[in-house]
Design a protein around this ligand. Structure first.
Ligand code: GDP
Length: 304
């Protein structure tokens, strides 16, 4: 229900547009497909992904000869779901922490304001609910507010936050965090990082340095590099994702603020084009408002 409510705006917007695209038509024809293409593009699905979806529907129409306009929703839904599953988005479990990798290190990257700290707090909450011992590292030493926010989340959830003074070396904070986590037998570590995209080389160097230093404590750290994106910014999130993927080896995505936006289609495009699975979606500001991403339920919420 959280998912259904959260995606309400995207759903009603996309549905209205599709209804308009097929209005007065009995069968799926070129005109409907042209309209559908426009619907998907204006729903932030992105051009490349839209073209792929339309191509697949065209192939079905060509194969089945006659496809009723009323069937378009179902077909679209099936094609979207298979597209998501092909990118590895099928399990819906979020991060599964292996018992033999202690501590499991998740480095969290993303531009300021996208909901990075909130997502870390929500993840800490979920891991703690699962009975895991969690450590947070405040390696965004650039903004005082970032450290404060992380500490507030740490208190709220009841997990320790490792920090140093403002302006200290982020890699050193990460090192300290992993050392404490290891000494205290922690299961999971979440490292917050600064996201200053205006300096691409700087970002790349900083993230690389943090990674290398962490390896001195935990050889296979980071186990995940989670990129947080603000879904409500639509194509902007897309561009950010491209930049971060160039800067570091992102392994998974969290797309936030899908509540209250009609741009939920961006989830499809980003995941399909960048070939990185979406692990979580953010559907509100509360601790509980982070859901493991599941292709089937996502598509169901959009179409039912
Ligand atoms: P950061 O700068 O990337 O660390 O961003 P924050 O975690 O501080 O979040 C920025 C704002 O977005 C805060 O007001 C959060 O409450 C809000 N926010 C984060 N995730 C979500 C979400 O999924 N839905 C909504 N509606 N707001 C969110």
């Amino acid at each position: 229900e959280v998912l259904d409510q959260g995606l309400q705006k995207t759903k009603s917007s996309v549905f209205e547009k599709i209804a308009r695209a097929v209005a007065g038509k009995a069968k799926v024809d070129d005109e409907i497909l042209d309209n559908l293409e426009e619907v998907l593009i204006t729903s932030d699905v992105g051009v490349e992904t839209t073209v792929e979806i339309i191509k697949r529907i065209e192939e079905r129409v060509a194969r089945d000869k006659y496809v009723g306009a009323s069937e378009l929703n179902r077909i679209l839904r099936e094609e979207i779901e298979s597209l998501l599953v092909e990118t590895g988005n099928d399990n819906g479990e979020g991060f599964v922490i292996p018992a033999d990798k202690k501590p499991y290190v998740i480095m969290v990257v993303g531009v300021n304001g996208v909901g990075k700290t909130t997502t870390i707090g929500k993840l800490a909450y979920q891991f703690k609910q699962e009975g895991k011992r969690v450590y947070l590292g405040a390696a965004d030493t650039f903004r005082a507010a970032a450290v404060e926010q992380l500490c507030i989340w740490g208190e709220r959830v009841g997990v320790p936050v490792v920090k140093q003074q403002m302006g200290s070396d982020p890699a050193s904070v990460a090192f300290d965090t992993l050392s404490s986590a290891k000494a205290n037998d922690a299961d999971v570590v979440l490292i917050d990082t600064a996201g200053r995209l205006h300096n691409k080389v700087g970002l790349m160097n900083e993230l690389t340095k943090i990674k290398n230093v962490m390896k001195k404590v935990v050889p296979d750290a980071p186990n995940e590099i989670l990129l947080v994106l603000d879904g409500s910014t639509g194509q902007n999130a897309f561009e950010q994702a491209k930049q971060f993927i160039k800067a570091t080896d992102v392994t998974s995505l969290a797309i936030t603020k899908l509540d209250g936006t009609a741009k939920g289609g961006v989830v499809l495009g980003i995941s399909h084009q960048l070939k990185v699975p979406v692990k979580y979606i953010g559907l509100g500001e509360r601790m509980q408002d982070l859901q493991p991403f599941n292709s089937k339920s996502f598509v169901e919420s959009l179409f039912e």
